[in-house]
Write a protein that binds this ligand. Structure first.
Ligand code: PGA
Ligand code: ZN
Length: 423
């Protein structure tokens, strides 16, 4: 049955950092109403879809009233009367209407908001949960929660160069248990930091941001916390790292400067050798953006060296864009891509990026942004995409917990039918 779009409107709201972002409302002829809110990154790739911001006096230039006006105006006009079930038609109509390579005319924030709200309205009107609507009845695998527990780089004001250290509860039997493993360890880590006189304040994604003596000291604190909580490193819980190497690369190519820790300049080879030491010494299972987005050769060398042992994820280098992922597949740049809806700007194109990874035998890692809202679209989307793992922050900050709670709810709802495994 056709689910005709009756109205579309937008509203400027605030994200978890207090910066404006877009909320979208979609109403169907049958009376169904749905909303969505778009996230926003801080350590962004150069080739991400454009987030349209007003650039005037309001909110230090970060207002999104132009994007909201585009939702209310051009986008609404083009989509009213269309069938909400036809996600591809909806998304490609907006892409065409925008007409630019990076969605800079209408704004990826305007386009993605509508894309997500339409999907949600169609699911609601069909009376099926969003994960099932997007993934089918086979969408029963709940992702392993890669919980961010220690922050550095652009996401914190401390002496750690690498942006995210995550806990991966691959040894748990279910999502519910896995989430418990990582949340318990998060609290134990807090106690350890307190005892050592280190700060327990948190970064943008809710991980702790202590001034550690070195990057290695940060990892050792995490291992201490895993053991103290009663889990076995490498068996119950392993570690994932997002270097977000763009932020330690002044030229976004093969020059690096580990300035936060004071370790100083490094070449690609030196950084890869350092990674090798860590991979030998610590239970590291996944490494995201170990090199900068311009360092394609360094990335390929890293993958050649460690790709059979760990998951090597490209974030800023691929920006959820099939144009760059296909280049990566051809060159052996990585063996996995980070997937962020707002890097590309529509639900359909995000699904296309996932499909490309799957067909190449790559993994894909679903992700939130450092600026988030209480919207839980990502939780349903991760189950729908069958990716097996996601990152959506630490065991604090409501906008992160909202996604974890939604996943608890989905696992509960699927009682007996849900699956949970790392591979
Ligand atoms: P961002 O960081 O959301 O600030 O871009 C997340 C990441 O680098 O994975
Ligand atoms: Zn990243």
């Amino acid at each position: 049955m056709k689910k005709t779009i009756k109205s579309i409107s937008g509203l400027e709201i605030l994200d978890s950092r207090g910066n404006p972002t877009v909320r979208t409302y979609v109403e169907l002829e049958d009376g169904t109403r749905a909303t969505s809110s778009v996230p926003s990154g801080a350590s962004t790739g150069q080739n991400e879809a454009n987030e349209l911001r007003d650039g005037d006096k309001r909110y230090g230039g970060k207002g999104v009233l132009k994007a909201v006006a585009n939702v209310n105006g051009a986008i609404a006009k083009a989509l009213i009367g269309k069938n909400a079930i036809d996600q591809k038609d909806i998304d490609y109509s907006m892409i065409e209407l925008d007409g630019t390579e990076n969605k800079s005319k209408l704004g990826a924030n305007a386009i993605l908001g509508v894309s997500m709200a339409v999907a949600r309205a169609a699911a609601k009107s069909s009376n099926i949960p969003l994960y099932e609507y997007l993934g089918g009845t086979g969408a029963v695998r709940i992702p392993v929660p890669c919980m961010n527990i220690l922050n550095g780089g652009e996401h914190a004001d401390n002496s750690v160069d690498f942006q995210e250290f995550m806990l991966v509860p691959h040894g748990a039997q279910s999502f519910t248990e896995g989430l418990r493993y990582v949340a318990e360890t998060f609290h134990v880590l807090k106690g350890i930091l307190k005892k050592k006189g280190l700060a327990t304040s948190v970064g943008d994604e809710g991980g702790f941001a202590p001034n550690c003596e070195s990057n290695e000291a940060a990892i050792e604190l995490i291992i201490e916390a895993i053991e103290k909580t009663g889990y076995k490193p490498g068996v119950d819980l392993s570690i994932a790292i997002d270097s977000a190497a763009n932020s330690i690369s002044p030229d976004l190519d093969n020059n690096y400067n580990l300035a936060w820790s004071g370790r100083g300049k490094m070449t690609t080879d030196e950084l890869i050798n350092l990674s090798e030491d860590w991979i030998k010494k610590y239970p590291i299972i996944l490494w995201e953006d170990p090199l900068s987005e311009g360092d394609w050769d360094g990335f390929a060398a890293f993958t050649k060296r460690f790709g059979d042992k760990i998951e090597v994820v490209g974030d800023d280098i691929f920006v959820t864009n099939t144009k760059y992922i296909s280049k990566g597949i051809e060159k052996g740049t990585a063996n996995s891509a980070l997937i962020k809806l707002n890097q590309i700007g529509t639900v359909t194109e995000t699904i296309e990026a996932v499909r490309m990874c799957r067909e190449a035998g790559w993994r894909y890692f679903l992700s939130h942004r450092s600026g988030e809202t209480e919207d839980t679209f990502l939780a349903d989307f991760a189950v729908a995409m069958d990716g097996g793992h996601l990152k959506t922050g630490s065991a604090c900050r409501g906008e992160r917990i909202a996604k974890y709670n939604r996943l608890l709810e989905i696992e509960h709802e699927l009682k007996g039918r849900s699956e949970y495994r790392w591979k």
